[in-house]
Design a protein around this ligand. Structure first.
Ligand code: UDP
Length: 231
């Protein structure tokens, strides 16, 4: 793998607190990503916003505005994680699909090439910049745009199951599953819009548990125990 897109859920940043940030959790991620960057692997990152806000969080406000708050939540997450990454010795840049003054730089293909060439970790904040989308879709969109080799989906669960493992103890974990089967069976990997985009653009995914020791590094180095989503 030369270039990867790592997706972290907002909840993953919060650790046991479920909201806000858990610095120890983020530092563990930073140390693993540094190992990859030091080996010359180019790492792009998309982070969800669920530790702060979702477009569905309020029934009383307009969905477009609620989604804007959600997109800004992903920007807060990216600024925070980017700073922790810097403190762990990496160079980082936050890119957004909309102007945010000095908080970030506007996404462009050229900027991505420039920052990767200088060994920066790039944070793709602000989702797609449009309401009614998710950071799942932003992840696939950016992975396709930057021509990533693969998407690494770091989740609270350790792979893709045929049922919810939290409510069904007999749920079976897949070692490998095709994106077509994910779509047909509506398996909980990424949302439907993102799944279809993965299929159409032949973008593979590796799904694994963020909380397992060294799981990001192990996944990249082939010691993979999660689910491979093939295209
Ligand atoms: N969001 C959006 N457009 C995007 C990405 C995210 O409107 O392209 C908003 C949406 O409100 C979403 C929130 O940002 O609920 C947080 O993103 P995430 O993907 O974590 O949310 P989830 O899928 O859990 O709702």
């Amino acid at each position: 793998m030369k270039r990867i897109l790592l997706k972290l859920s907002g909840e993953a940043l919060a650790g046991d607190k479920k909201t806000g940030f858990d610095e120890a959790t983020v530092m563990k991620v930073a140390k693993q990503v540094k190992i990859l960057v030091d080996e010359g692997i180019q790492v792009g990152i998309v982070i969800g916003g669920g530790n702060f806000w979702r477009g569905r969080s309020s029934e009383n406000i307009n969905r477009e505005k609620a989604d804007q708050i959600g997109m800004l939540a992903t920007l807060m997450n990216c600024i925070y994680v980017s700073e922790i990454f810097q403190s762990a010795g990496m160079m980082t840049q936050v890119l957004t699909p909309f102007e945010c003054g000095g908080f970030s730089k506007l996404y462009s293909h050229e900027r991505v090439g420039k920052y990767f060439a200088h060994n920066f970790v790039i944070f793709f904040a602000g989702g797609t910049g449009h309401p009614y989308f998710s950071t799942d879709t932003a992840t696939v969109l950016r992975a396709v745009e930057i021509e990533a080799d693969v998407i690494l989906l770091a989740k609270a669960v350790d792979g893709v199951y045929d049922d919810d493992p939290k409510s069904n103890p007999n749920a079976k974990k897949y070692d490998e599953v095709s994106i077509q089967e994910v779509i047909d069976k509506k398996l909980a990997v990424v949302d439907m819009t993102a799944s279809i985009m993965c299929m159409e653009n032949k973008m593979p995914m590796l799904v694994f548990g963020l909380n397992q020791e060294n799981s990001i590094v192990n996944t990249v180095k082939g010691d993979f125990t999660g689910t491979r989503v093939t295209v």
